[in-house]
Design a protein around this ligand. Structure first.
Ligand code: EPU
Length: 293
């Protein structure tokens, strides 16, 4: 008897993950499951736990590096209507974990709701953005979160207020639970002003970072307290350093871009190089921001 008996309609085998990441790198998932709603997700999680299967949740793959060998376990993909729905109700916005965050930002800006324009240009799914408290110079998502629905590995559904989420720099206390839905509170304001601010922040981001079309996973490392990871790597003269088809971006040293023919291992080798050089020169241990499977 297989762990996924009765779930054949939503479970595939040997699915290439490169097609699901911005990097376009990495091997296949042994199993690839697309639950159609919270109940089905809970069932998948219960089975993974019972059968002691390794599992991961795939968002939009914007902050993810999959190794060349792929992932020998269950990849849970939150895609489809149930996961992508968004509802605006005055200043309150609810969105499924699979909703596209940049589209959500645009929709709220166009509705004259202020807040998310501060997060212009950050790619990802709503679930991924919230679980890592993504953000930039002008703030992080945690500031706008009111409530989060989560599915625990034993299949229980729970609601948590923002206070119980443990939002910190690129961190939450979500742990192994899966974000299923998020409620945000935004600030109604002047639509044109919010739109202008959105454009300014977007332009600023893309003037200093590799373009949207470059294959990357955003920033590789978290900023160590009081430092910029990009500057630390830059100071070691590593801009433009290459391994195979991967390159430390000449524009921003905390980005590694993948070119034609790159392998995930090339990126991992550059990560190790940057870490070693920065550690040797400064004693600072760079911590990964990107998720590696
Ligand atoms: N800098 C360098 N060389 C570089 C890169 C940066 O000298 O190669 C200097 C810049 O000149 C600046 C300072 O380092 O004085 C900080 O750089 P920047 O303003 O680009 O911001 P950052 O700290 O590198 C953070 C976030 C980004 C976010 C930007 C803008 C982290 C790890 N990174 O970058 O987030 O887009 O602020 O808001 O927190 C991401 O999380 O994936 C990401 C890209």
């Amino acid at each position: 008897m297989s762990w996924c008996d009765g779930l054949e309609a939503i479970c595939k085998q040997s699915v290439p993950l490169s097609a699901h990441t911005w990097y376009g790198l990495g091997g296949p998932a042994r199993w690839f499951v697309t639950p159609r709603g919270e109940e089905e997700l809970a069932e998948v999680l219960r089975r993974c736990t019972r059968h002691e299967l390794a599992w991961r949740v795939l968002g939009h793959g914007a902050n993810l590096l999959v190794r060349d060998a792929g992932f020998d376990g269950v990849v849970i993909h939150l895609a489809g209507h149930e996961w992508e729905s968004v509802c605006l109700d005055g200043p309150l916005v609810t969105a499924g974990a699979g909703a596209d965050f940049p589209k959500l930002v645009k929709r709220t800006v166009e509705a004259g709701l202020g807040g998310l324009e501060n997060l212009a240009g950050i790619p990802g799914s709503v679930g991924g953005i919230v679980r890592m408290n993504a953000g930039g110079k002008y703030g992080s998502i945690g500031t706008y979160v009111q409530r989060v629905r989560l599915a625990s590995p034993d299949g229980r559904i729970e609601e948590r207020t923002a206070e119980r989420m443990g939002f910190a720099y690129r961190h939450t206390d979500v742990g192994r639970a899966v974000v299923t839905r998020v409620e945000l509170r935004l600030e109604p304001g002047d639509r044109d002003q919010i739109m202008q601010r959105f454009r300014r922040i977007w332009n600023e981001k893309y003037a200093s970072q590799p373009t949207v079309s470059a294959r990357s996973c955003g920033c590789i490392f978290k900023n160590p307290p009081g430092h910029s990871a990009g500057r630390l790597i830059d100071e070691q003269g590593l801009k433009g350093a290459c391994v195979g088809g991967a390159e430390i971006s000449p524009r921003h040293a905390n980005f590694i871009v993948a070119r034609e023919g790159a392998r995930a291992q090339d990126v991992l080798d550059l990560i190790a190089l940057a870490r070693d050089k920065v550690r040797a020169a400064t004693g600072i241990e760079l911590e990964l921001e990107v998720e590696v499977w």
